[in-house]
Write a protein that binds this ligand. Structure first.
Ligand SMILES: [Zn+2]
Length: 344
């Protein structure tokens, strides 16, 4: 009997330890990043003065002009596609970013062989790790009409370029962490969407980077898609990065309380959403932490001739830009030092 009592005491003690550990983990704000959660840290919040300063850097005219330059017909292997590709490359080179192209040729339905070009831009090419943003810059081919694809995804790409312009004097060139912008090619299917006919660029890049060991250097990947409509709503589609999504929700709330949001309503909602296939998938399957910022309500103009720049809602778009700008600066300011990480 004493032995049995001892066993019960041991079980009770174990239960208490487990419950205490779980409670403690809920009470700390530590979040993980990196493939397989290799880095752990607590973000340092921006103060109100910093937020007001960063909000004051908005350049709505730049954002509008950038959307206009990208929202043209840009099906892979067409002149519009080259024009947009060159525009993005030149834009970032002028801001002194390092820009590289991942070029490959693949057979696709309808058009036989197509040469794709992923654009990879790094603010500091010598950094050891990156906070990554992604969008797709190709537009879907439609036989019966010209598809300009403003929300799908010219606006997302313009948000990334606008961010690079606005923050150009705010990067303090930490040698360990930097910002990376990836413009994927060939997201759209040429025929019916399938695992083989879609995500050409992201599948190629994720595989290439896995071979080169580069995926381990991505802290977190935020993919933007279908942004630009007035009824955009961004939900938590991926539970494993919910802590980071919550930061976006909290930042939007803080901006609202400070009276520096264009709208009186939140666009980021800490509610579970149903995730759909997109360029994050090949990375997520390889354990890269992802936040998928796609409107859970599809734009009314989705895959229609009306998906034009003139139908873009710049109030919601600016609000998304503001929240992302705060997120980036908070992240780059407070990301853990590489000296404490496995990448030393
Ligand atoms: Zn589409």
């Amino acid at each position: 009997m004493p032995c049995q009592r001892g066993l019960i005491a041991l079980i009770c003690l174990t239960i208490i330890v487990v419950i205490t550990t779980i409670c403690q983990s809920f009470h700390t704000n530590f979040l993980t990043v990196g493939r397989n959660g290799t880095l752990r840290y607590e973000p340092t919040e921006l103060d109100l003065g910093q937020m007001r300063f960063l909000a004051g850097l908005s350049d709505s005219e730049n954002l509008r002009q950038t959307v206009q330059r990208i929202a043209i017909k840009r099906v892979p292997s067409t002149s519009g596609h080259s024009k947009v590709r060159n525009y993005i490359v030149d834009y970032l080179k002028k801001l002194n970013w390092n820009v590289e192209l991942d070029i490959f040729t693949q057979k696709v339905p309808i058009m036989s062989a197509v040469t794709f070009h992923n654009i990879v831009a790094r603010q500091n090419p010598r950094a050891k790790r990156y906070l990554m943003f992604g969008c797709h810059y190709d537009s879907k081919y439609f036989k019966d009409f010209d598809f300009m694809a403003a929300t799908d995804s010219a606006v997302s790409c313009a948000l990334m370029l606008n961010m690079a312009t606005i923050l150009r004097n705010q990067f303090h060139n930490r040698s360990d962490i930097s910002l990376m912008l990836v413009f994927f090619d060939g997201e759209e299917a040429f025929g019916e969407w399938s695992a083989e006919d879609s995500l050409y660029g992201s599948r190629h890049l994720a595989e290439l980077w896995e071979q080169h060991g580069f995926l381990d250097r991505i802290d977190l990947f935020l993919l933007l898609d279908l942004i630009g409509a007035s009824d955009v709503v961004l939900r938590m589609n991926i539970p494993s990065t919910s802590g980071w999504f919550r930061r976006l929700v909290q930042l939007e709330k803080k901006l609202f309380q400070a009276g520096i949001l264009p709208l009186q309503r939140p666009l980021f909602k800490f509610e579970p959403g149903t995730d759909i296939d997109d360029d994050h998938l090949p990375f997520m399957l390889r354990n890269v932490p992802v936040i998928h910022l796609i409107s859970n309500k599809y734009p009314a103009v989705w895959h229609l001739a009306e998906d034009l720049e003139r139908n873009v809602d710049y109030n919601t778009t600016e609000q998304v830009a503001l929240v992302l700008r705060m997120f980036v600066m908070e992240y780059l300011n407070s990301a853990p030092s590489t000296s404490n990480t496995v990448y030393q």
